[in-house]
Write a protein that binds this ligand. Structure first.
Ligand code: OFO
Length: 164
């Protein structure tokens, strides 16, 4: 059975993952409104991945005899200055998530909770990917600068992203 302390911390992380989904959906909506359908697609896929992250924790808490308690989800921002600003925001956001996952790992170790530690290893690896892809697009958008053609090419690339 999971400890109350660990259960509370994972419940908090479920809320954070749901917030991430909400944030990326808000970014998708910003891109739809800017006629950047490929960027919007990337963000929608990202939002659905975040739902999966939340659900993985959800199932785990239940399997361990805990209780998932949902909290209110904070309102995400709705506007950014440019596609670059969106990806810079994303990169920063993911760095924050990485630090939350690392703190959960510290807690699991302090509680000597091996199953949670093993589960969290998946998230630690996932965060390496999350940060790498956000940072990749920050760099690409910097290269593109104010080129409309470059932006269209990137929009095409981001439009190819598929779930799973
Ligand atoms: Fe769940 O990794 Fe992004 O936030």
């Amino acid at each position: 059975m999971i400890s109350k302390k660990m259960e509370d911390a994972i419940n908090k992380q479920i809320n954070a993952e749901l917030y991430s989904a909400y944030l990326y959906l808000s970014m998708a909506s910003y891109f739809e409104a800017s006629n950047l359908k490929g960027f919007a697609n990337w963000m929608k896929v990202q939002a659905s991945e975040e739902m999966e992250h939340a659900m993985k924790f959800y199932s785990f808490v239940n399997e361990r005899g805990g209780r998932v308690v949902l909290d209110a989800i904070e309102k995400p921002p709705e506007k950014w200055d440019s596609p670059l600003a969106v990806f810079e925001y994303t990169y920063k956001h993911e760095q924050g998530v990485t630090s939350a996952i690392n703190k959960l790992m510290d807690l699991a170790r302090a509680e000597n909770d091996k199953p949670t530690e093993i589960l969290l290893q998946w998230y630690v690896t996932e965060q390496v990917e999350e940060e790498a892809s956000a940072s990749e697009y920050v760099e690409k958008l910097k290269l593109v600068g104010s080129s409309g053609n470059g932006l269209m090419m990137l929009d095409h690339e981001l439009g190819m992203r598929k779930s799973g």
